[in-house]
Design a binder for this molecule. Structure first.
Ligand code: KG4
Ligand code: ZN
Length: 386
């Protein structure tokens, strides 16, 4: 049995979790910094580092408590972690200062407890969240090879995954965004419309009240690799719609009305301050983004077939994979291809440390441990084997 403590601080969530054998989540604590960053409509790196510093010890303590490693209210000590076999930590990609907080804390814990340290790639974490979802429900791993869409606030990437046995996945990057990530586009359009940060979850819920065919967001065209993405054009198109439909005053009013309520506002309250033109814009934007994500994922499936190495399943993961419309449309598209769609529960799609602990299992089994030289690597690409 391998019991791994995972730590994740790559962006704006301070997270710690204890996972056994890459399948049993004993605890998973995620402290969101949304209230800190929402004033600015996006993550402010310096503030993120400070918040991680403030929260990393209590969050890890709570993860140990919820996993039953320490008594309720007890401090976290080296003795409290004696039943943990390894400490796994995200070392990239992400914000340098944010990564450094988690990494420094994990190294300190490893030293204090004399436990091995495992460095985990955040993107590998998102991929492993898919297997963790299957395993924790007692199901077999998704059939390989797979086409994987990792879609979040920082990334929009397509991978081909082949089975690397107990080593996890062998990954090949097929395409990625040339500008904004899909989640970033959601967040920027939400900001433009005077909606709360992060915009994705709220726009997901508001979209059902709009007419998704009301506005002509044209399909995203790109020269070259048909598996790359681009979302900056659609963001500009949304801004143009605001101008041509003269939505500016309504947006200002909404900002003013919701400034005090902020994150505590209910969906009904948000809906009440959104006119039909805005709801239509949200629905049409979502239709264009979701349509593009599904289309390019299917193009990757078709390419795999044309290369004579057809995919057996589709992975959908990362924060935007929590989107209800995307999950539904990808599921239907996968079904039409005769493939299964494998997506984690929404709480495992957005950043969390359970996926980091699960992704560390292959390294643990190989005894591929990090030493003190492990360093924060903001631009870390996903490894060939993850
Ligand atoms: O994976 P994640 O928690 O952090 C990164 O690694 O980036 O993803 C956060 C992103 C944000 O941009 C957020 O707006 C988006 O995921 N997101 C969603 C939904 N839930 C989160 N986008 C669309 N629909 C959702 N339901
Ligand atoms: Zn992420």
């Amino acid at each position: 049995m391998a019991r791994i403590l995972g730590i994740e601080t790559s962006c704006d969530e301070t997270a710690a979790a204890v996972v056994e054998d890459g399948r049993r989540i004993l605890s998973s604590v995620v402290l969101s910094q949304v209230p800190v960053h929402q004033l600015y409509g996006g993550v402010v790196p310096e503030l993120a580092s400070r918040e991680h510093l403030r929260n990393i010890v209590p969050v890890t303590r709570r993860a140990a408590e919820q996993a039953g490693l320490i008594a309720a209210g007890a401090p976290l000590t080296a003795a409290g972690l004696k039943s943990v076999d390894a400490i796994a930590v995200t070392y990239g990609p992400g914000l340098a200062g944010a990564l450094l907080v988690g990494l420094t804390y994990a190294k300190t814990l490893a030293l204090a407890t004399a436990k091995p340290l495992i460095g985990v790639n955040h993107l590998a974490g998102h991929l492993h969240a898919v297997r963790l979802e299957e395993r924790r429900n007692g199901r077999p791993d998704p059939p390989m090879p797979a086409i994987a869409l990792v879609v979040s606030g920082g990334h929009t990437q397509l991978y081909r995954l082949d089975d690397a046995g107990s080593d996890g996945h062998a990954c090949r990057l097929l395409g990625q965004t040339r500008d904004d990530a899909a989640g970033e586009a959601y967040d920027k359009v939400a900001k433009l419309l005077g909606l709360a940060y992060p915009g994705g979850p709220l726009m997901d819920k508001l979209a059902v009240f709009g007419d998704e065919r009301a506005l002509p967001f044209s399909p995203i065209q790109l020269k070259g690799n048909g598996l790359d993405f681009s979302f900056s054009g659609i963001k500009t198109a949304a801004r143009r719609q605001v101008e041509t439909q003269h939505l500016e005053d309504a947006i200002e009013q909404r900002r003013g009305a919701m400034a005090d309520l902020g994150r505590s506002a209910t969906l009904e309250e948000w809906r009440a301050v959104c006119d039909q033109a805005t709801l239509n814009l949200i629905a049409s934007f979502q239709r264009a983004v979701v349509g593009d994500l599904v289309r390019r994922t299917l193009a990757a499936v078709e390419q795999a077939t044309a290369e004579g190495a057809p995919a057996a399943s589709i992975y959908l993961t990362g924060g935007v994979a929590a989107n209800a419309a995307l999950r539904e449309q990808m599921r239907r598209a996968a079904e039409r291809q005769g493939l299964g769609l494998f997506a984690p529960a929404p709480s495992l799609c957005t950043d969390n440390a359970a996926m980091i602990a699960a992704a560390a299992l292959p390294s643990f089994e190989r005894a591929a441990f990090a030493d003190a030289s492990l360093t924060a690597t903001p631009q870390l690409p996903v490894a060939a084997i993850s």
